[in-house]
Design a protein around this ligand. Structure first.
Ligand code: IVH
Length: 683
């Protein structure tokens, strides 16, 4: 079996230095962000950081997702220090039907190589805001938001206003450990939410759309005295970083948390098989309406903790849990009007203007109608009573008209022939349903491109809201995204309701955006089909903007996760002269990132890996499983979850599952973790 073996001396030294540097950087991060009292200069800090980056490049076997170099710093809220989650706060993969829940169960069994029933815990999926609470020596040290999963905001003063968060743990003395980080959901129950909105209405303040938004808003208040007036509550559902001795099952962990005085939701079930899970999901589909708080589904977790380890996690979510999302709720309301919206790529889409209704926790007055064909096919008319639907995070949509409620006064919608923003004739290509405005100088398109560019997950320009964008474009101060970087204080102050201070803040925000990482910049460009994840893949693959810009179509197509339609769109983007002009301007203004600090260095394919299929089994001791996977893939190999005749290598970690036995039976070459590291090093 692959145990830890002695490392050669140079490796050992590098490993120690890397560990030391990470601790040092963490320490200085803490002093800088949390204590607001740095002990070293920025320059010294940068030097430590650069040394760590260089060592990690030379010794990729010691890379770690927890390293400070890996943090893709989504910006913290102004006024709150940052907290690093040493164990990232991941998300959950969703299922939407009973058959998908069964597929999840089948996948778990397959990965474990068993046909026996799996024991699950089912919990309520409360629709609130995820937080991490850290207790040290039994006392609450901090409370933090999830943030981007790795870095969140330290919101301790606000968390301390929650009555259900104990300052000190009970019976903690029985424990041997000193650190217990727990995770849970802060929420506002339905009644408190409505009361809060009523008060706001009286005071003439803006209303919160749903309890989740109200919770998030309350946790982000800079004055905890106001937070204290909002009756926020919490359910704890998991343990993060800890040195406590944990019991063997999740069910017992929840009990342990309760005994420590933490509030755990009583609505939870231990299920001996997936059938019981399904029965509960059916029951709660309707029963949820009677709960005092909003839930958007159930969470299904494998009970046995050792099995969690065996199943591991994907880059996004643990393989041992799934969310079951309830089906979308529907409502009927009046379609008052249909307006047209011009998107950043020129697509002109119809939007339904509705009589406001309350649906799944939010007030809805707009919904998507997708395209002209759909309006015609469903015969949706202005003045109709329409069924609208909202599922989870998605924008509400118009499902169909209720024709039995027609009065005869409804009007058919005629799609205009000219762009509502610039008046150019609209075109419909034979290849797609969208109708487009092909004028790249169309103000409607420019506004959308700028809004997209400024998004939090793109260039993250604070203060560049809709109203400001509207004015900047209408006054011709900005004709493309590069013009943002030449705005002067006088120009910005000339906008309506813009004081000197806000104007300066906006200019500062624009300036700060120049240090966004490469993937954020690529996403910000608004290339059709390129979302946040694909932008990350591109940044990782190319490592620099220049390489991406000059790439050949064939190279983009080889990137795992980038399909041919997206590849063509990327290629077309960089072959369009108007885009190149803007990029040149951005380069001159130093907006284009030099290299991607967040991305792994790119490597060419290597014969030892190219087209070889690897299966990883057991716990890897020296690197994270997803790192091993990423690296194999970056060298041209594939990683598969099951063994077949096509498997070339099985990498065996500690406590391997049945795959190890199967690999031996099939005579497949077996590698220890160390063997794999050596292979990496030989490249
Ligand atoms: S476990 C890997 N248990 O749902 C994520 N999450 O959509 C671990 N949530 O970010 C979360 N109730 O904020 C877990 N009983 C529950 C939950 C729960 C609500 C939230 C949580 C998570 C989100 C994912």
């Amino acid at each position: 079996m692959a145990g830890r073996r002695a490392l050669p001396q140079a490796d050992n030294k590098a490993k120690r230095r890397i560990g030391k540097l990470r601790k040092l950087i963490e320490h200085h991060n803490y002093l800088y962000y949390t204590r607001n009292s740095p002990e070293i200069s920025d320059r010294e800090y940068d030097r430590l950081f650069a040394e760590l980056e260089s060592l990690e490049r030379h010794y990729p076997q010691f890379a770690s997702p927890d390293s400070p170099t890996r943090r893709v710093g989504e910006k913290k809220l102004e006024g709150f220090p940052s907290i690093t989650h040493r164990i990232p706060m991941l998300s959950i993969s969703n299922t939407y039907s009973q058959s998908e829940v069964r597929e999840f169960d089948a996948r778990v069994k397959k990965l474990l190589g068993t046909t026996k029933p799996i024991e699950y815990v089912v919990e309520m999926k409360v629709d609130g805001v995820a937080v991490a609470l850290r207790y040290e020596h039994g006392g609450l040290r901090y409370g933090a938001t999830r943030g981007d999963g790795v870095r969140g905001d330290d919101i301790t003063p606000n968390i301390k206003t929650l009555r259900s968060v104990p300052r000190f743990l009970e019976n903690d003395k029985k424990q041997t450990g000193t650190v217990l980080e727990v995770r849970g959901e802060v929420f506002l129950n339905k009644k408190s939410f409505e009361r809060l909105n009523k008060e706001r209405e009286k005071e003439g303040g803006p209303l919160f759309a749903n309890p989740r938004n109200a919770t998030a808003g309350s946790l982000k208040l800079l004055d905890p005295r106001i937070t204290a007036r909002r009756p926020l509550d919490i359910f704890i559902y998991a343990v993060g970083e800890t040195d406590y001795k944990l019991p063997r099952t999740h069910w017992e962990v929840l009990k342990m948390l309760e005994q420590l005085g933490l509030q755990v939701n009583r609505n939870r079930w231990l299920c001996r098989s997936i059938d019981k899970v399904i029965a509960i999901s059916e029951e709660w589909e309707t029963k949820r309406k009677n709960l005092e708080y909003e839930i958007d589904g159930l969470v299904i977790k494998v009970n046995d903790l050792a099995t969690h380890k065996r199943l591991g996690t994907t880059a996004k979510s643990p393989r041992w849990m799934a969310a079951y999302k309830f089906s979308a709720e529907q409502a009927v309301t009046k379609l008052k009007d249909i307006i047209l919206q011009v998107g950043r790529t020129g697509a002109v889409t119809p939007v339904a203007i509705l009589e406001q209704v309350f649906l799944s926790g939010s007030h809805i007055s707009r919904a998507t109608l997708h395209n002209a064909e759909e309006i015609a096919r469903k015969d949706i008319r202005i003045g109709d009573q329409v069924v609208i639907e909202k599922g989870g995070e998605v924008i509400p949509k118009v499902v169909e008209p209720v024709t039995s409620l027609r009065t005869g006064k409804e009007k058919k919608f005629k799609f205009p022939e000219r762009c509502p923003s610039c008046g150019s004739p609209l075109k419909k290509s034979q290849f797609e349903v969208a109708i487009r405005c092909e004028n790249i100088a169309c103000p409607g398109q420019i506004k959308e491109r700028i809004r997209h560019f400024a998004r939090r997950d793109a260039m993250d320009i604070e203060g560049l809201g809709d109203v400001v964008v509207e004015q900047l474009v209408d006054k011709s101060l900005v004709k493309d995204v590069a013009d943002l970087y030449t705005l002067t204080l006088d120009q910005v102050t000339s906008l309506e309701r813009m004081g000197k201070k806000s104007a300066q803040n906006l200019l500062d925000g624009i300036e700060r955006s120049k240090s966004r990482p490469l993937h954020a910049f690529i996403f910000a460009l608004g290339i059709r089909f390129v979302g946040v994840q694909s932008a990350r893949l591109l940044a990782q693959h190319f490592g620099s903007f220049e390489r991406l810009q000059q790439c050949r179509l064939e190279e983009i197509e080889t990137i795992e996760g980038i399909g041919s339609v997206m590849a063509e769109s990327i290629h077309a983007f960089f072959s369009t002269s108007s885009n190149l002009r803007v990029i040149e301007k951005l380069k001159k203004l130093s907006v284009v990132p030099k290299k991607d600090t967040a991305a792994a260095p790119r490597r060419a394919e290597h014969p030892a890996f190219a087209n070889k299929t690897f299966v990883l089994t057991g716990t890897l001791a020296l690197m994270a499983r997803h790192e091993a996977q990423q690296k194999i893939e970056s060298l041209g190999g594939k990683v598969s979850s099951s063994i077949s005749g096509k498997t070339d290598f099985v990498v065996v970690g500690e406590e391997p599952g049945s795959k190890y036995t199967k690999a031996r039976e099939l005579g497949i070459k077996i590698l220890s973790e160390r063997d794999l590291l050596k292979l990496f090093e030989s490249v």
